[in-house]
Ligand binder design. Structure first.
Ligand code: CMC
Length: 429
């Protein structure tokens, strides 16, 4: 068997041999197919990149049909159960699990970079009282590039590593302060005696007590949620980070683009949208009418469906399990009943079955976040904090990949050509 594709251009009768490597062909090979030397070569049209690989990557493996997710080869189920978010972050960034000494150094570095410049605080205080925390996070992580101008030297491995540590360390500080801002509460400084997730909870919820100690079961559940969100290969926000990063801008600016992409309701914003949807449905009796509306195309069942998973999202399974642990501490979220009933009906309904629409990571996570007393606007911020090591691992891979170029897709131009401009004074006369 030859690993190649024979393409015959029926316009010219010419045949082309296109090599196949790793189950893919290079789109540039099609650029050689042309009817005339002066004509542009054949382009590949793929809105939303549904069948286009943009990179080679060794970070995250997904088999959407089988519902498999692995970070650097390790199954998500094992990592969620037995690892910690900081260890997973190390794994994603460095490619292998840390030794004891490596982990201790990593934890120490991250812990001692959690503080931000005081000017960041005054900058954040300038937002309106009702500013969405994702807007605040996007702006403040982008603003970090002005505090660390050295970050623009992306060719230096030590400088790159320093920005990675800074960003993983500071994202919880920025996210927590965005939350406190909306609450009109004072911003809480990091407590470096606490774990990564324990400190995040302290910055969110501490009031007048000298030390904030979160319930260990809650700390563990939130840490697990961060692990589940840590990377998901070439999703919309990773693609945004890579696309912006391909201009060789500093990593803060690239990650700010990722935060912007995640904000949207079809991506990370879906967890917030799920909760609002469940509240709108209100009770089990209203579910059939809601489902009919979805099937009629009036709206989407948020938290369902995925570009890659055509099976149960493995993260959704693990989150469902985490729900039990959290509800043991907080009491059951009454919306759980509606969510479970919605899932049951949707999984049996032909519309959803035929389209292979299953619950995704966002379907149950909002219920946990709400039980932890996060307002819906904060849900996507939690996702962003979890996703930061993934974005940075993708960025690091990009800047070290010699095959990568500035991202610049083609277009198929459908507009007018060569119109004669008539000045306004004449047109309006
Ligand atoms: N509710 C109802 N119908 C749906 C849904 C849904 N949630 N998702 C897809 N469909 C239908 C869609 O209308 C289309 O039907 P038809 O073939 O009749 O036109 C078919 O299923 C295929 O959908 P698509 O929009 O072509 O699929 P896509 O791969 O472009 O979109 C998606 C993937 C995640 C954007 C989409 O499933 C969706 O909008 N889901 C709801 C939002 C959501 O939960 N997003 C979170 C995704 S997971 C975490 C993350 O990435 O942040």
């Amino acid at each position: 068997m030859t690993d190649s594709l024979t393409v015959r251009d029926n316009r010219t009768g010419v045949e082309y041999e296109v090599p196949i490597t790793d189950g893919a062909i290079r789109a540039s090979e099609f650029g050689k197919i042309r009817t005339d030397e002066d004509e542009p070569g054949l382009a590949v049209y793929d809105p939303g990149f549904t069948n286009t690989a943009s990179c080679r990557s060794s970070i995250t493996y997904i088999d959407g049909d089988k519902g498999i997710l692995e970070y650097r080869g390790y199954p998500i189920e094992q990592l969620a159960e037995q690892s910690t978010f900081l260890e997973v972050a190390y794994l994603l960034i460095h490619g292998s699990l840390p030794t004891k000494a490596e982990y201790d150094a990593w934890e120490h570095e991250i812990t001692f970079h959690t503080f931000v410049h005081e000017n960041i605080k005054s900058f954040m205080q300038g937002f309106r009282y009702d500013a969405h925390p994702m807007g605040m996070l996007m702006a403040s992580v982008g603003a970090l590039s002005t505090f660390y101008p050295d970050a623009s030297n992306i060719a230096d491995a030590d400088i790159r590593n320093l920005q990675i540590v800074r960003m993983i360390a500071k994202m919880p500080t920025l996210g927590a302060w965005a939350y406190r801002h909306a609450q009109g509460k004072p911003y809480i400084y990091p407590d470096n005696d606490l774990s990564y997730t324990g400190n995040f909870l302290s910055m969110l919820f501490k009031m007048s007590e000298t030390k904030y100690a979160g319930d260990e079961r809650i700390v563990k559940a939130l840490d697990t949620l961060l692990i589940l969100h840590a990377d998901h290969e070439q999703n919309c926000s990773a693609n945004a980070v890579r696309s912006v990063g391909s201009s060789q801008v500093d990593p803060y600016s690239a990650v700010a683009a990722g935060v912007g992409a995640l904000y949207g309701p079809l991506h990370g914003g879906a967890n917030e949208a799920v909760l609002k949807m469940l509240k709108r449905i209100g009770s089990k009796e209203n579910i059939p009418a809601f489902i009919e509306g979805v099937k009629a195309g009036d709206e989407r069942l948020m938290g369902f469906g995925h570009r890659v998973y055509k099976n149960y999202d493995p993260r959704a399974k693990l989150i469902k399990k985490a729900c039990d642990d959290v509800f043991e501490v907080t009491g059951v979220n009454p919306l759980l009943e509606i969510a479970q009933e919605l899932e049951k009906i949707a999984l049996e309904d032909e519309y959803f079955v035929k389209r292979k629409l299953y619950p995704n990571v966002d379907f149950y996570s909002g219920l946990i976040y709400e039980a932890l007393e996060f307002p819906p606007e904060m849900f996507t911020v939690l996702f962003a904090i979890g996703r930061t090591p993934g974005w940075l691992a993708q960025w690091l891979e990009l800047v070290q990949d010699k095959e990568q170029k500035i991202a610049r897709p083609k277009q198929i131009y459908t507009g007018e050509r060569r119109l004669d401009f008539v000045p306004a004074a004449q047109r309006w006369a």
